[in-house]
Design a protein around this ligand. Structure first.
Ligand code: BGC
Length: 765
């Protein structure tokens, strides 16, 4: 099984090599550091599905001085099993050893898409996808997710995580909505800052890394504007005026720079007609000059090559390399394999020979690549695989608890008529569980799990449980009867064959309650493109048929983007949104269904009702409301609780110009303990660049408030940019006037004055 090479085992003893990097490097050494290849091009797959690295291919690559970085999991695209930790460690030891002793002798920096935990390592701790993390409105969850992902990825010897995504979700049909923190720039900024700080937090001492070694680097992606696809299809053109870009799309990335993010990935799209990979405006003026990002900038997959083959912005690969390196500040080119993009390093060198790219430009990127390698301890002569670790490093209780907590806190109760939830566990009660996602851990995990596209293979999840399993286990002692029928097969285009549908309806007809899961198959990126946002396949037919025979249907949504539900919410008693909660989704949802946990999640994006309004966020303009046009299924921030929180008198104090303290007393006037996020919105009634109807400017929390208890919540709004706009000349403006702060049903109006423009984005052509 997946034996790298038996001799690899010897490597553990070879890991401490003599200092590897001399102070001088040849120009070729330097250029090679700018190339990053998909390591799958170096893999061999055996008939039983096991993988091994092709040592000869790796050696040839290194001897030819052609690579500075590798990335990806052999399981990403294929049907094989996901490699266990031990395999990864051997593999990373080998790569370290070979790269330290061949060619430039500069150790390779390996990167992995650990986007919701170390999702390419067997038995790693998996968190909800980012969209669910955002629904918790709790920074601690994002920090935990970042830290655990980084620890478990570094446990495998990999110090670079291609995470987080900081684009805001503005196009609900897009297949990558679930990878984002939702539609709000502030929420994405706060969660983004937290996850980056978690990824880049100090290594636990039990990991035994040499003193001063940074455990891992985050890579915020995809800079910038990727999310606003005109068609909603992945990688299609985007138009965003610069001032709109600066106002809504740039802030989460700016927060990432403030958090000290060590690397950035650009994106696949053409923005306003210019492919981002070759955009001086985006990757030099905006990222480096305006945001002052100093770290490593990597391209997305094959993007330089795409300048010729996909974007039609260059007619030769040599010119593509010229445009993207000379015009931007890219340090590393992510490439599928050295053959498909005829040795990138030669293309850089031929440009240098022709005087089109300066040696200075190469030096600059080489410096940034080496700086990151140094920070991550790769230049210390020691394999990045931690040795003699103890304590909680991989798949341990503390990590699992953090993932379980995040899953639990993400669950969002959208509707609960007549308080049908929580269900009472009484003897003899009949519960019909219907829908494939109700009995599938893989569907709850989504894409970027085991494989790039996700998997249907339950055996790849050694822990976790389904909603059906949990409900059965938890209700058994109460003497309840729980049955399961699949209904529609979500994995197979959501087709309900006649027998499955008949069985599901028959089960519903005799049940006291129905738990009905609907949603999406697993997917990622382009393969997840859709042409219709409506709940896929025949699932709506199934819900209607089930609701026709049972008055107590609880709908559970397991989906990565908000699929249109037509009239269905009015046919059911309750709706629970689970997003893609990961392996703990079963426990998390059932705890909510049974009232063992009081739900506290809030929607991190608007749940649309009609297709026309789907791409309109809650931070819409007043004119978007014309003639009652703005109709949604559930608004941003919506989320019910089993208890009731009442707000006392809202107080807003201006502590300095454009800095405020918002305070409110929150009382639990219901009967359940509960946690709750308090959202503060602000708006100006009139200003030169039209105001948003609402704009989230801060949020605070009460944790586990007991019935009848009160807590004072103070929320500092200390960033004036939250109240500024960016005008059509790309200058940030603080325009005086009345600002209305709103919390719940209360509003307070505060007078503000004009302040001089703090800054303008004025790129040089
Ligand atoms: C995705 C990135 C990812 C990269 C490497 C690309 O297709 O857009 O998010 O990090 O692949 O796997």
């Amino acid at each position: 099984m997946h034996i790298v090479v038996a001799s690899l085992l010897l490597l553990a003893s070879l890991v401490a090599l003599a200092p590897l990097v001399s102070s001088t490097h040849t120009f070729d050494d330097k250029v090679s550091q700018m190339a990053q290849y998909d390591a799958n091009s170096l893999m061999t797959f055996s008939a039983d599905g096991a993988y091994a690295i092709n040592r000869t291919a790796l050696a040839d690559l290194l001897d030819a001085n052609a690579v500075g970085s590798l990335f990806n999991s052999p399981s990403s695209g294929s049907g094989t099993a996901v490699p266990p930790l031990r395999w990864w460690q051997e593999y990373q030891d080998l790569i370290f050893h070979e790269s330290s002793t061949r060619g430039s002798k500069i150790p390779i920096l390996f990167g992995l898409d650990s986007v919701h935990g170390a999702n390419y390592i067997y038995n790693a701790t998996l968190f909800p996808q980012q969209i669910g993390m955002a629904a918790t409105f709790r920074m601690q969850n994002a920090w935990n997710a970042g830290r655990v992902a980084a620890i478990e990825t570094r446990a495998a010897g990999i110090p670079w995580l291609f995470s987080p995504i900081l684009g805001i979700a503005v196009q609900p049909t897009w297949a990558r909505v679930y990878e984002t923190f939702g539609e709000d720039p502030l929420l994405a900024s706060i969660m983004g800052r937290a996850i980056i700080s978690g990824i880049q937090s100090p290594a636990p001492k039990e990991m035994n890394l040499p003193n001063g070694t940074q455990m891992a680097a985050a890579c915020m992606k995809h800079f910038v504007g990727y999310t606003n696809l005109r068609t909603g299809h992945d990688r299609t053109p985007v138009w965003i005026p610069n001032n709109v870009l600066l106002q809504y799309f740039v802030p989460p990335f700016e927060a990432g720079v403030d958090a000290g993010v060590l690397s950035v990935m650009e994106n696949y799209i053409e923005l306003n007609g210019r492919p981002v990979v070759a955009s001086k405006l985006v990757l030099q003026s905006l990222l480096r000059d305006y945001l002052k990002f100093k770290g490593l900038l990597v391209t997305d997959y094959n993007e330089m090559m795409n300048l010729v083959d996909f974007h039609h912005a260059a007619s030769t690969y040599e010119d593509a390399v010229y445009q993207s390196i000379n015009l931007t500040s890219i340090d590393m080119s992510m490439i599928s394999d050295p053959v498909s993009f005829p040795l990138f390093v030669n293309l850089v060198k031929s440009n240098v020979d022709k005087g089109r790219i300066s040696t200075q430009r190469v030096e600059e990127s080489f410096g940034r690549v080496m700086a990151l390698k140094k920070t991550l301890g790769l230049l210390d002569g020691q394999s990045p695989v931690p040795r003699n670790t103890t304590g909680c490093i991989f798949a341990c209780d503390q990590h699992r608890l953090a993932a379980m907590t995040a899953a639990q806190e993400s669950i969002t109760l959208l509707k609960n008529d007549n308080s049908v939830l929580p269900l009472s566990a009484v003897s003899g009660v009949n519960i019909a569980v219907i829908g494939q996602a109700c009995d599938s851990v893989p569907l709850m995990a989504g894409g970027w799990t085991v494989h790039w596209q996700g998997t249907s293979n339950r055996s790849q999840f050694p822990y976790g449980s389904t909603i059906f399993e949990e409900l059965t286990a938890q209700m058994r002692t109460a003497g309840a009867n729980v049955t399961y029928s699949e209904g529609c097969n979500v994995t197979e285009q959501s087709i309900c064959d006649a027998t499955s549908l008949t069985n599901a309806v028959a089960a519903a007809a005799v049940a006291d309650y129905v738990i009905l899961c609907v949603g999406e198959r697993h997917y990622a990126e382009k393969p997840g493109d859709i042409d219709d946002l409506t709940l896929p396949g025949e699932q709506l037919v199934m819900v209607r048929a089930v609701a026709a025979v049972n008055a107590n249907v609880v709908l559970v949504l397991v989906e990565g983007r908000p699929r249109l539900l037509e009239e269905v919410p009015s046919l059911v008693k309750a709706v629970v949104h689970a997003y893609l909660p990961g392996p703990y989704g079963g426990t998390a949802v059932v705890n909510v269904l049974l009232g063992r946990y009081n739900p506290q999640g809030r929607l991190p994006l608007t749940y649309p009702k009609t297709i026309n309004n789907a791409p309109i966020q809650y931070w819409r303009k007043y004119s978007a409301n014309t003639g009652g046009d703005y109709v949604v299924q559930w608004p941003f921030g919506h989320g019910l609780s089993y208890t009731t929180f009442s707000y006392g008198q809202l107080a807003v104090e201006q502590t300095a110009a454009y800095r405020f303290n918002v305070s409110v007393v929150v009382t639990n006037v219901g009967e359940y303990f509960g946690s709750h996020s308090i959202l503060v919105y602000a708006t100006q009634l009139a200003r030169r660049i039209t105001p948003e109807v609402q704009r989230l400017v801060g949020f605070g929390r009460v944790e586990a408030l007991a019935p009848s208890a009160s807590a004072t919540v103070n929320i500092a709004i200390s960033d004036p940019a939250l109240l500024s706009y960016v005008d059509e000349y790309n200058c940030e403006q603080l325009e005086g006037g009345e600002v209305t702060f709103t919390v719940g049903a209360q509003s307070v109006v505060i007078a503000t004055v004009d302040l001089p423009s703090p800054r303008c984005f004025a790129p040089k052509p």
